[in-house]
Design a protein around this ligand. Structure first.
Ligand code: FAD
Length: 542
């Protein structure tokens, strides 16, 4: 049986950071266990390839929620990376820290050390800012690229519409003024995806004290009394047991970290017993607290050429492919989420409450179950889309079987908070207003049904229930908080009531951040690494 100082479960956005930081000390033996396999795949490296990995079971857990009553009993599709790099290998690469107020709220909730002024340096530690000319500023290993030169010219209409509405423009959603409309910066390095694995794991893999095991599905955490002492994992049909001298760290993501805790006997006792698992710790909060962003898109035919005209014809695809191969530039080198914003739907909103997307492309004719980013509609078209930034509804992730290979039951409980419905109406009204600006009226040839323009508040909500979808930002299922009865981890991310066990990933968010969740997850891991190393030092001195 092998022994390590640290065992990290999951090589995703957070796990890769930890593997790097904890193995930087040559005296620590670190094991990183990943259920998926290699990320050396063309469709992972090619930025627009996330349209392909979206449904690819070789790199994707492909979860589905239970039917959700509030969205017409639809099941929501939840892709999650099952590969080195985790979801950072299959995501849309948009890099948004979130709003400073998000983290001040975390601190306000009783999480000392997690306010904006506390966490800002942990974002900076990771980031290597690359300007539009390709010049990289000194910084961390995670490339955050300004790709404004690659953005479609259609964007000028969007910015003109925003100006008519009196919205500010920002050149950096991660800068001192994140509010307003602008262009998303993305995680690419010279036109190739820069995942957490590329930035943090790969540079550390040469270290003799870091061992990475792929296709290694962790089945449970092993306890001696209330101390986590190792894990059991299955690899190529064989079950292995490995021991952790210092800590086991779960970085399996917002679906799998709570699932693993429950499989290991840490969760709601009644649920565990129902599945024949003897509780180590009755902790109802494990799996609770689930939050996610949901968005809806409105589709328009355009009066001038859009990305559809470039990428629909075979000749256009070939030209874009050739351009990419020769220069790593063009539409294949970026996300289709090109422009967007963080805006207030009402002048009296205390902080921006809507995130916007303006995509110069449509797929209204796409068959169900396909995400044909490279195969858009045969006419000029574009998308306006919004998502409420800070939904209040909370759901749960619970095991549905004691078998580690069975997917858990996911119940997001969307739109269960009244405020979330009000935010949907505000979002629909906002896009209505934007579509009625002079600039947009010039660009819109015709709206593609359902027509937002004539909708009442009730119809906006009804349409949202019918068509909204996840933006793939689940968080909060092992939430951090000051009260051991309501939260799973403390502000040092240690699991309450147990020793030698932390959770470090998107599941610890006490509340969902306003924007995309990859950047704050990486921040969480940077801060966690500092805390783990500090605790190690203290123990060594004691
Ligand atoms: C399609 C898609 C698009 C997205 N777009 C964006 C975007 O543009 N910008 C943004 O900021 N965010 C985006 N996100 C969200 C963002 O990527 C995630 O919030 C972030 O990656 C979460 O990081 P994590 O470390 O918590 O989990 P993950 O990165 O998902 O890592 C978890 C890892 O643990 C492994 N694992 C799980 N269970 C086990 C087990 N039992 N044993 C061993 N290994 C296990 C998984 O295989 C995975 O590699 C998107 C997500 C998806 C899926």
């Amino acid at each position: 049986m092998a022994d390590f100082d640290y065992i990290i479960v999951g090589s995703g956005s957070a796990g890769c950071v930890l593997a790097n930081r904890l193995s930087a000390d040559a005296g620590s033996q670190v094991l990183l266990l990943e259920a998926g396999g290699s990320d050396r795949r063309f469709w992972i490296k090619l930025p627009i390839g996330y349209g392909r990995t979206y449904f690819d079971e070789r790199v994707n857990w492909k979860y589905e929620t239970e039917p959700e009553p509030a969205i017409k009993n639809r099941r929501s599709y939840w892709p999650r990376g099952k590969v080195i790099g985790g979801s950072s290998s299959i995501n849309a690469m948009v890099y948004c820290r979130g709003l400073p107020s998000d983290f001040d709220d975390w601190r306000q909730l009783g999480n000392a050390g997690w306010g904006w002024t506390d966490v800002k340096a942990y974002f900076e530690r990771s980031e290597c800012r690359v300007d539009a000319s390709g010049k990289a500023a000194p910084g961390g290993p995670l490339h955050v690229s300004d790709v404004s030169n690659e953005m479609h010219p259609l964007r000028r209409h969007y910015f003109a519409a925003a100006e008519e509405m009196g919205l500010p423009y920002t050149d950096d959603f991660n800068g001192p003024n994140p509010e307003g409309v602008g262009i998303y910066h993305i995680n690419t390095r010279r036109g190739v995806r820069c995942s957490s694995a590329d930035a943090f794991l790969r540079p550390a893999l040469g270290r003799a004290n870091l061992q990475l095991e792929t296709h290694a599905l962790v089945r449970r955490v092993l306890f001696q009394g209330r101390r986590a002492v190792g894990v059991e994992y299955e690899q190529h049909g064989r079950v292995h047991v490995v021991r952790a001298r210092r800590e086991v760290i779960l970085s399996a993501g917002a679906i799998n970290s709570p699932k693993l805790l429950q499989l290991s006997g840490v969760g709601p006792a009644a649920l565990l017993r129902q599945h024949g698992i003897e509780p180590v710790l009755d902790q109802p909060a494990v799996g609770g607290g689930l939050q996610d962003h949901i968005a809806v898109s409105y589709f328009y035919k355009a009066t001038e050429p859009t990305l559809n005209d470039q990428l629909h014809p075979i000749s256009g695809k070939l030209a874009a492919g050739l351009r990419y191969v020769l220069s790593r530039k063009g539409p294949l080198s970026v996300s289709v989420n090109q422009c967007g914003g963080f805006v207030r739907s009402r002048a009296d909103a205390p902080t921006p409450d809507l995130q916007l997307y303006f995509n110069p492309i449509t797929y209204s004719t796409a068959p169900a179950g396909k995400r044909p980013l490279m195969n858009p509609d045969p006419f000029s078209g574009f998308i306006l889309s919004f998502q409420p930034c800070r939904p209040l509804s909370r759901g749960r992730v619970d095991i549905s079987s004691a078998d580690p290979k069975t997917a858990p039951s996911i119940r997001p409980n969307y739109l269960s908070a009244e405020q979330d419905i009000a935010d949907v109406i505000a979002g629909g009204r906002f896009i209505q207003q934007m579509a009625r600006t002079e600039a947009m009226r010039r660009l819109i040839k015709e709206a593609i049904p359902p027509y937002l323009d004539g909708m009442t508040d009730e119809q906006i909500v009804e349409d949202f229930r019918e068509r909204c979808g996840s933006v793939f930002h689940p968080v909060g299922t092992c939430a951090m908080g000051p009260d051991a009865r309501q939260a799973v981890v403390d502000s040092r991310l240690r699991v309450y009531g147990l020793e030698g066990l932390r959770v470090v990933d998107a599941s610890i968010f006490p509340t969902i951040t306003s924007g995309n969740t990859n950047a704050p997850t990486i921040m969480v891991a940077q801060k966690a690494a500092d805390m783990i190393l500090a605790d190690q030092k203290q123990q060594d001195v004691a």
